[in-house]
Design a protein around this ligand. Structure first.
Ligand SMILES: Cc1cc2nc3c(=O)[nH]c(=O)nc-3n(C[C@H](O)[C@H](O)[C@H](O)COP(=O)(O)O)c2cc1C
Length: 240
């Protein structure tokens, strides 16, 4: 139907890159597109920090749980929710509302996805690195973030050396609804779980004997970064 739809439907995360650098022209074009993303009330509360220094990359990879693509990717950008500019322009800004924090996360995620789509449109590939939040405070220190900012996620990208097979998503019959909420059909959920078992078993790298529900459990059943609330409050957010 459109080249953009085809591009978005072909998305897979890319964690392995050739040595070819991303040119300055490509970088500028990607960010020129990303910065035009929608922004709540025109606030423009996202900053992107490009990290190239090898020692900083090594530390960031460690902070993210030893994710090697943080080191090997030609480009590594970190997306931060950033109300620091607003604080300068509007010293009495009341930024402690949880809603302000939510808006910062939304805007930043939207700009990050625009960046992903833009780089993919140039034939590049990347992967988000939320693992940075395993050590969010150390990431903030490394980036010398001021108060009223928070590092939310990284994006490693470059020219793909390996492209993964498409990872199936839940069927639209489950995730798209009309007018009101519709509980998921258990049969459709079970069919998707089987589809994912097939995907994990047959994919060309890191194949494994598992299904979708089994992969959810380690994420949903354990403590999740319990230090986050204290950190975001320390940075001036979500106080009420
Ligand atoms: C907010 C966010 C954080 C993510 N963090 C990581 C990460 O730390 N490491 C990683 O390898 N992939 C990460 N991913 C990528 C997901 O694992 C990936 O998108 C998902 O498994 C679906 O695979 P696909 O993108 O290839 O379709 C993240 C994705 C999102 C949206």
């Amino acid at each position: 139907m459109s080249a953009t739809i085809d591009l978005l439907k072909a998305h897979t995360s890319v964690r392995s890159y050739t040595d070819e650098p991303v040119s300055e022209a490509e970088r500028k074009a990607i960010f020129a597109a990303a910065r035009q993303a929608s922004t709540s009330c025109g606030l423009q509360i996202t900053s992107v920090i490009r990290v190239s220094d090898p020692e900083k990359r090594r530390l960031l990879a460690e902070y993210a749980g030893n994710q090697q693509h943080v080191i090997t990717a030609p480009e590594f950008w970190i997306f931060c929710a950033d109300y620091h500019r607003d604080r300068l322009l509007c010293p009495d800004a009341d930024l402690g509302w949880t809603e302000q924090f939510l808006v910062g996360c939304l805007d930043t995620g939207i700009m990050a996805q625009s960046t992903m789509a833009s780089l993919e449109s140039l034939g590049l590939g990347g992967v988000f690195v939320g693992g940075l939040r395993n050590n969010i405070e150390k990431v903030g220190e490394l980036l010398q973030l001021p108060e009223d900012t928070i590092p939310l996620l990284g994006l490693a990208f470059g020219h793909p050396a390996v492209r993964n097979e498409l990872k199936p998503r839940l069927p639209a019959e489950i995730t798209f609804m009309e007018e009101v909420y519709r509980a998921p059909d258990p049969e459709l959920l079970a069919a998707y779980n089987d589809e994912m078992r097939g995907y994990y078993g047959s994919r060309s790298s890191a194949s494994k004997d598992t299904d979708w529900v089994a992969t959810l459990k380690p994420v949903l059943l354990k403590e999740r970064r319990p230090f986050i609330l204290d950190y975001i409050r320390k940075m001036g957010f979500a106080k009420r």
